[in-house]
Every structure is written in structure tokens, then in C-alpha cells.
Design a protein around this ligand. Structure first.
Ligand code: BV8
Ligand code: ZN
Length: 289
């Protein structure tokens, strides 16, 4: 009876401050955390697919969570070519606001842990190979490859070197006339920015719905998916194609898939290990200093 009373008291205190509840959850999850750690330790070539959830703890809005970007901005208006042609000023307002948010954001513990993972591997590998800044232009398996759907540049800011930006970059613009890609503009662009060479309207260098991913980016991503021996999926709702298909393709090859997300996603059904929680809390636990 004494034991029971103690347990009830403890449970009540736990409910009151929430802290014990969280630690009880981590204890329950310890088995999964150590499974994930040992998969990481054994892997020689890791493919990491990230989505907006990994930047959430840096204060960047996600798309499909409550209060997310798509809630007040219909996709067809701000993330399709048709929307841009109809009202480029509105689309630039949307991207300028996101440029401002990304400019003041800093990498969080999750980005930093992934950068540390890569650095640790590169130190061990004598020949690290070179990168042209978008993870493309090479077809040699790397110890760590990040395929990100994010356009915020936070992985690179954290120090990750082998990053493939599947959906482009918020820091780049492309001319709708001569197609030249450029960067290094002020954070807030004029609402109808023009190309210095040909005078045509500039657009964000991002991939909108109905547009193809860049051929070189797609090829590199597919190569990584086909050659990795471990797949990590972090902070993505896994609904946007082709990115969403990658963990399934890896799984079909018999590759272990580790998912980190605060909620279940379509990937959870095929995940070898499913770690439910915040990326910034979980990644430092499985990628030690
Ligand atoms: C293409 C622009 C060929 C950049 C974006 C096959 C089947 C069905 C449909 C299609 C198909 N193939 C193509 C399509 C059409 C379409 C598509 O996929 N539609 C789906 C939605 C039905 N795909 C395309 O059009 C793609 N192009 O395939 O080309 C083609 C061309 C023409 C015709 C046929 C084929 C191009 C897609 C590019 C879309 N561009 N945006 C920008 O402005 O950012 S999409 C947008 O979604 C963003 O780019 C974003 O990166 C992407 C994915 O979203 P997530 O990152 O996953 O974010 P989300 O909010 O959804 O989820 C956040 C997650 O994080 C949640 O799960 C949450 O629980 C979790 N989370 C939150 N906080 C945390 C956390 N987890 C852990 N810790 C936390 N702290
Ligand atoms: Zn031009």
C-alpha cells in the first residue's frame, strides 16, 4: 500500500509539471534511441531526407501543421507558375516574408547534430571528395548526404557540406526571360524584381507544384537513394512527390529507415525505427558530441 501511494503521488506530481511525463516518455523510448544509434554506428553511407519540421525549432513555419504556411496562402496562388503569372507581386510578398524569416533564423540542435555527423565521418574518410555547393556534380557515394525539401539554407549554415536542395533555394532568383540563376540580393527584394541583363521579371529559384525538379538534382538524389545503406527521414509529412517516395524506395531495397517526427506520417508504416518527438531533442541523443 505504501508503495502504491508513493507511485500515485509521483504520478500526480508528474502530471502537474509535465517534466516527469517527458522523462518517462524518453525512458520508454530508450530502446528505440539505442536501436537508432547502433544503425548509425554501423552505416557507411547515410541518406537523410529532411522537411520543414527540422527548421520548426529555428522558428521557421512549416506548411501543413496547424498555423502552417498553407493555411493562409492557397498553394495554387503562391506555389505554382500559374499563380505567379496571375499575380507576381503577391507571390513575391510571400517569398519576401519568408526571406526575412529565414535571414534571422539560426540552425537548431537538429541541424547542428547532422552537421556534426557528417564532419565526424569526413574526418575518418581520407578522400572526402569535392562538392559544388548543391551536392550535385558527383556520383560517388558519400558517408552523409542530406536531401532537403527546405529552401532556407539552414543545413549549410550549420556546416553540412553535402546538401542537395530538392526544391531550390530562397536565396536564389531566376530570370523568367533568360533563365539566369543569381543570388546575393538584399533580403527584401522589390515586389517586381527585374533581371539586370534582359529586363524580364525575376522569380524565386524554387520548384513549384507541377514543375520538374532540376535534372542534376534529381539524378543525384536518386543515386543517393539507390546507394545508401541507411535512410533517415526527419520532419516531413512525406506527401510531396518525388521526395516522399525516397524512403519507400530505400525500404524496398531492404535498407533500414529511421523516422523522426512529432507525428505519424505515411513513412511510419514502413519505418524500422520510429522516434516520435522533436527533432532538436532526439537528434543530439543519437548523434553524440
Ligand atoms: C514533380 C516550393 C514532375 C518551395 C513546394 C505523384 C503522385 C501524386 C502527385 C504527384 C506525383 N508526382 C508529382 C506530383 C505532383 C506534386 C505532388 O507531390 N503533389 C502531392 C502533394 C499530391 N509534385 C510536384 O509537382 C513536384 N514536381 O514531381 O515534377 C511532374 C511535373 C508535372 C506533372 C507531373 C510530374 C514538385 C513539388 C515541389 C513542391 N514545392 N514548395 C517552397 O516555397 O518552399 S512544396 C512544400 O512541401 C515545400 O517545398 C516543402 O518542402 C514540401 C514538403 O513539406 P514538408 O517539408 O514535409 O512540410 P510539412 O509542413 O508538410 O510537414 C512538416 C512535418 O514536420 C510534419 O510531419 C510535422 O509533424 C513535422 N514536425 C513539425 N515540427 C517538428 C516536426 N518533426 C520533428 N520535430 C519538430 N520540431
Ligand atoms: Zn534575364
Amino acid at each position: 500500500f505504501v508503495m502504491d501511494a508513493a507511485r500515485v503521488g509521483k504520478a500526480n506530481r508528474g502530471l502537474q509539471n509535465g517534466v516527469q511525463e517527458a522523462s518517462a516518455f524518453m525512458k520508454l523510448d530508450k530502446k528505440h534511441l539505442s536501436q537508432a544509434s547502433s544503425f548509425l554506428a554501423r552505416s557507411k553511407s547515410i541518406c537523410i531526407l529532411t522537411g520543414a519540421g527540422i527548421s520548426a525549432e529555428s522558428g521557421i513555419k512549416t506548411f501543413r501543421d496547424a498555423g502552417g504556411l498553407w493555411e493562409n496562402h492557397p498553394i495554387e496562388k503562391v506555389a505554382t507558375l500559374e499563380g505567379f503569372v496571375e499575380d507576381p507581386r503577391h507571390v513575391w510578398e510571400f517569398y519576401n516574408a519568408r526571406r526575412k524569416a529565414a535571414d534571422t533564423a539560426t540552425p537548431n540542435a537538429a541541424h547542428i547534430a547532422l552537421a556534426r555527423l557528417e564532419l565526424g565521418r569526413l574526418r575518418k574518410t581520407k578522400k572526402a571528395g569535392s562538392s559544388n555547393g548543391n551536392g550535385t556534380g558527383h556520383r560517388k557515394a558519400k558517408p552523409v548526404s542530406i536531401l532537403t525539401q527546405n529552401i532556407d539554407g539552414l543545413h549549410q549554415q550549420a556546416g553540412s557540406q553535402n546538401v542537395v536542395e530538392l526544391h531550390g533555394s530562397i536565396w536564389k532568383v531566376r530570370c523568367t526571360g533568360c533563365h539566369v540563376v543569381s543570388r546575393d540580393f538584399p533580403v527584401e527584394l522589390p515586389l517586381l524584381p527585374r533581371c539586370g541583363d534582359c529586363g524580364s521579371l525575376l522569380r524565386p529559384h524554387v520548384v513549384w507544384f507541377g514543375e520538374h525538379l532540376e535534372a542534376d538534382v534529381l539524378e543525384t538524389a536518386e543515386f543517393v537513394v539507390q546507394t545508401c545503406d541507411l535512410f533517415l527521414v526527419i520532419g516531413t509529412s512525406a506527401v510531396v512527390q518525388p521526395a516522399a517516395s525516397y524512403p519507400f524506395l530505400a525500404s524496398r531495397r531492404g535498407i533500414p529507415v529511421i523516422e523522426i517526427n512529432k507525428e505519424k506520417t505515411p513513412v511510419s508504416a514502413i519505418a524500422t525505427v520510429s522516434l516520435m518527438g522533436l527533432a532538436g531533442m532526439i537528434l543530439p541523443k543519437i548523434i553524440p558530441d
